[in-house]
Design a protein around this ligand. Structure first.
Ligand SMILES: Nc1ncnc2c1ncn2[C@@H]1O[C@H](COP(=O)(O)OP(=O)(O)O)[C@@H](O)[C@H]1O
Ligand SMILES: [Mg+2]
Length: 373
């Protein structure tokens, strides 16, 4: 299975075909209009043809440049960037100067130059709405195992953004993670994405036997299902952040379609106690959320994070519980789902603050088989 998925994810470089295209054009063009445009230069002096072709090629080569070729970034800085994990133009383009200064030890000017150059190189900036529509059309959805739940959240957990589930202890957050570990591997017709899972476990609550139970329900080969879930224990918040930062290579190599962080906040919460350190915690959490957001957007994967709740003494009416992490987590999570326990195996999920769906609730069950209607 691992071999199979490897070949699936092999990316084809388009740089070469782009360079070949102009040459092809001159050979195959037949219309009169095009002939005068394309063949004319060939008829002219040889030197001019080469200059045109050269110009075309150098223009295209500019796009295929490596980090060390970026204007304003010397070989030493490029090495530092690569060593710090900024291996692609995209990695640099979406970074902030402060981030590059901290991670790669660059000066502020070099960091800013590198980011600007990478953005120009990738032609990042405004894009037309049809491009956004096109990208959104490639959003994948993973079924939760319950029709009611899927309906509530618009068809399943989406790729390209972060979905946050929050609730009290034993509200079923980790059970969601197990369910989605299996569902992601299902074929598209069954609500999956035919992909594998990266699982960051910060509470030591990953249980293979639960995966096996859920896999049985879908008639999947249990051993294969387990082999397609890549689990890492996060021992503290820094370790958790590093695991997320290093996830991109794995995502590409192993055909990952879902990244889970269970729990997102518990390590941060344990390490930063008391008000005095809250801003430090929020800064780190913000950085972590941005890493996850980039992973989701740039690799077309779903990111599922679980979050705990705290009691808010200032809320006198209604539910006094609120998710940890304040605005930092709230802003980065595109879909937020609040989980509550009901009678017996019944659970209630409430959709909170979705940009495209109405708020609402769904009732489902958590059983030996995972999540069901
Ligand atoms: N094998 C199982 N069969 C039925 N229900 C289970 C099973 N395992 C766990 N659960 C349910 O899930 C609950 C634990 O949920 P969990 O996802 O670990 O909570 P959280 O991560 O929110 O703290 C248990 O209290 C139980 O109701
Ligand atoms: Mg849990």
């Amino acid at each position: 299975m691992a071999e199979k998925s490897k070949s699936k994810t092999t990316t084809v470089s388009t740089g070469e075909s782009e360079i070949i295209t102009p040459g092809k054009k001159t050979k195959t063009t037949i219309t009169a209009d095009a002939e005068s445009e394309v063949i004319a230069p060939e008829k002219k002096t040889k030197t001019e043809t080469t200059t045109n072709a050269e110009k075309e090629i150098s223009k295209l080569e500019k796009k295929a440049k490596t980090i060390s070729d970026l204007p304003g970034v010397g070989a030493t800085s490029a090495e530092k960037l690569i060593a710090a994990g900024y291996k692609t133009m995209e990695n640099i383009a979406v970074a902030s100067p402060a981030e590059l200064m901290e991670a790669a030890g660059l000066g502020e000017i070099t960091a800013t130059k590198a980011i600007t150059a990478a953005r120009e190189n990738l032609e990042m900036g405004y894009e037309t709405a049809d491009k956004i529509q096109e990208r959104r059309a490639s959003i994948g959805k993973i079924t939760t195992g319950s029709k009611e739940l899927d309906e509530l959240i618009g068809g399943g957990i989406e790729t390209q953004s972060i979905t946050e589930i929050y609730g009290k202890f034993a509200s079923g957050k980790t059970q969601w993670c197990f369910q989605l570990c299996v569902a992601t591997q299902l074929p598209k017709e069954q609500g999956g994405l035919n992909g594998n899972v990266l699982y960051i476990d910060s509470e030591n609550s990953f249980r293979p036997e639960r995966i096996v139970s859920i896999a049985k329900r879908f008639d999947l080969h249990e051993e294969d299902v387990l082999k397609n879930i890549f689990v890492a224990r996060a021992f503290n918040s820094d370790h958790q952040m590093v695991l997320a930062e290093k996830a991109e290579d794995m995502i590409k190599e192993k055909n990952i379609k879902l990244v889970i962080v269970d729990s997102l906040t518990s390590q941060f919460r344990a390490e930063f106690i008391g008000r005095g350190t809250l801003s430090g915690r929020q800064q780190k959490l913000n950085k972590h959320m941005h890493t996850l957001m980039k992973l989701a957007e740039m690799n077309n994967v779903a990111v599922l994070v679980t979050n705990q709740v705290m009691s808010r003494p200032d809320i006198l009416f209604g539910d006094p519980t609120a998710p940890i992490g304040g605005n930092v987590v709230a802003h980065a999570s595109k879909t937020r789902i609040y989980l509550r326990k009901a009678k017996a195996e019944k659970r209630v999920a409430k959709l909170v603050d979705s940009p495209s769906l109405p708020d609402g609730e769904a009732v489902y069950k958590v059983t030996e088989n995972g999540i069901e209607d």
